[in-house]
Design a protein around this ligand. Structure first.
Ligand SMILES: *[C@@H]1O[C@H](CO)[C@@H](O)[C@H](O)[C@H]1NC(C)=O
Ligand SMILES: *[C@@H]1O[C@H](CO)[C@@H](O)[C@H](O)[C@H]1NC(C)=O
Ligand SMILES: *[C@@H]1O[C@H](CO)[C@@H](O)[C@H](O)[C@H]1NC(C)=O
Ligand SMILES: *[C@@H]1O[C@H](CO)[C@@H](O)[C@H](O)[C@H]1NC(C)=O
Ligand SMILES: *[C@@H]1O[C@H](CO)[C@@H](O)[C@H](O)[C@H]1NC(C)=O
Length: 441
């Protein structure tokens, strides 16, 4: 088809579908990138791409709340100033993204206020926009970032399962949605929804189970950029882009994600009847012109698998690359790497000592440290302990991602002890007397 023909047909089609009575413009969405920094390129890239997917499918920009640090497009390391890519040799996904909260405005308070529709709470921050959905409207939430057992990271801060549960309960009790779909991309993401009540009209889909890393993808790319995307995120977004989402169901999409996310187990929680809803209920139902050839689907899933990496591996590769860039000798590199591992061992020992001091017996401590799965129902205790551990022992989880991997041990400890007071005393005592862990790099 020639260009004129294309434009004619496209405008006819769009004019038609925007006028159509069944076009649904009453869905709301919240998109959250939890990290910052050049090496975490992929999370803001995923969120930018998701923003375009939703608006392209007809969700009104005024009904999307976007939370991202915004230090990637104009990062000093970016060889493509002002641009962000989510696919190898793909199109820029940054242009046109309307960001509501950026930089240091992003913390547990501002995110929780967005979810709870608390405009007073976010007054003066960013655009101040919060969810305004009612019992009649569907809500789609997507988070991409780092996490561990019962915790998501928000830059230097945290969003614990305890806090998220309370916000989701508030939304349910205050009739803030008809139905809700929550896609979560992070390590150990399953732990955020374990035990989710099936009657909440909420269906949650996580990139990994409670114990696994989630995986980044397109880590080796011709553009020489950091990992561009994440395995689960790339998979669901590709499904939206290449299918008619007016008939594709959430169940279809999730099954495709389960099948094609090979490095971790995609898990589902909550109200499974939502699987029968069409994707368009949550991601927009304007009929869109399909740019993507359906035939390349298998190729895409193969490409995703070509350069996957765990968060752990990304970090180690980064350390090694930094050392090599500084022209250290092989011996220097080995020494520095062993410093790095020693720092980790010191942190591990600190946490072991905390557990031991709390429970008072080596055998009990051993069981808490080694026990799996590291999940707890004592979420209030876990929330308090993680916050104290962060404040007293660690400079920043963002700079020292290894430190947050202790979250599961604290979950086990809370499951046994339940009352956080004794744990907080020990954390204060052990960490007040030593410098906080910064991370070696
Ligand atoms: C990206 O583009 C470069 C230069 O045009 C090309 O050599 C390379 O094969 C492309 N890579 C992919 C994955 O399409
Ligand atoms: C947010 O986190 C801070 C610091 O960790 C904490 O003091 C505060 O209570 C948290 N806010 C909410 C709403 O949970
Ligand atoms: C909304 O924010 C205000 C101001 O921070 C706070 O006092 C109030 O408790 C919040 N309401 C809810 C439901 O979280
Ligand atoms: C989905 O719809 C099918 C056919 O209408 C029905 O048999 C099935 O029970 C539904 N599934 C759920 C989980 O509600
Ligand atoms: C590292 O060594 C290479 C080759 O000897 C040199 O070109 C480069 O400038 C050096 N880099 C630094 C940071 O010293």
């Amino acid at each position: 088809m020639n260009v004129i023909g294309f434009i004619f047909l496209a405008s006819l089609l769009c004019g038609y579908c925007y006028a159509a009575p069944w076009v649904k413009d009453d869905s709301w969405a919240v998109l959250i990138a939890g990290s910052n920094g050049w090496d975490n390129y992929r999370h803001q890239s995923d969120v930018s791409h998701a923003y375009h997917l939703l608006t392209h499918h007809g969700i009104q920009p005024e009904r999307i709340i976007t939370i991202m640090y915004d230090d990637i497009a104009n990062n000093e390391n970016n060889p493509y100033p002002g641009k962000i890519f989510n696919r190898p040799n793909g199109t820029d996904v940054y242009a046109g993204v309307k960001i509501d909260y950026r930089g240091n405005e992003i913390d547990n308070e501002s995110v929780l206020n967005v979810l709870k529709g608390n405009a007073t709470g976010n007054k003066g921050k960013g655009t101040g926009r919060v969810l305004g959905s009612t019992r009649k409207e569907d809500v789609f939430i997507y988070y991409a970032g780092h996490g561990d057992v019962h915790v998501l990271l928000l830059l230097d801060g945290t969003l614990t399962k305890h806090e998220l549960d309370n916000a989701l309960t508030h939304m349910y009790e205050n009739n803030m949605y008809n139905k809700m779909v929550f896609y979560l991309e992070s390590c150990n993401s399953g732990s955020m929804f374990e035990g989710l009540d099936e009657t909440r009209r909420l269906y949650a889909v996580t990139a990994a189970n409670s114990m696994q890393s989630s995986f980044a993808t397109f880590c080796i790319n011709d553009q020489k950029l950091p990992c561009l995307s994440d395995e689960f995120s790339a998979t669901w977004m590709f499904n939206t882009e290449t299918h008619n989402i007016l008939s594709e169901t959430i169940g279809d999409q999730v099954d495709v994600a389960i099948e094609n996310t090979k490095q971790s187990h995609v898990c589902t929680f909550g109200d499974a009847s939502i699987r029968n809803d069409t994707v368009s209920e949550y991601q927009g139902n304007a009929v869109v012109w399909k740019y993507t050839d359906f035939g390349i689907t298998d190729q895409f899933h193969e490409d995703v698998q070509k350069s996957v990496k765990s968060t752990h591996q990304i970090l180690l590769d980064k350390v090694e690359q930094l050392l090599i860039d500084r022209n250290y000798s092989m011996k220097d590199v080995k020494d520095r790497m062993s410093d790095f591992y020693e720092d980790r061992q010191r942190l591990t020992r600190l946490v072991e000592n905390i557990v031991h001091a709390v429970v008072g017996s080596v055998t009990k401590a051993y069981h808490i440290i080694m026990k799996k799965p590291a999940l707890t129902t004592a979420l209030e205790c876990h929330d308090a302990v993680i916050k104290a551990y962060h404040k007293k022992c660690i400079v920043s989880f963002n700079l020292n991602p290894y430190a947050i991997t202790m979250s599961g041990i604290f979950a086990n400890l809370c499951e046994v002890v339940r009352d956080p007071a004794a744990i907080l005393d020990v954390i204060n005592e052990k960490c007040d007397t030593r410098p906080r862990f910064r991370g070696v790099i």
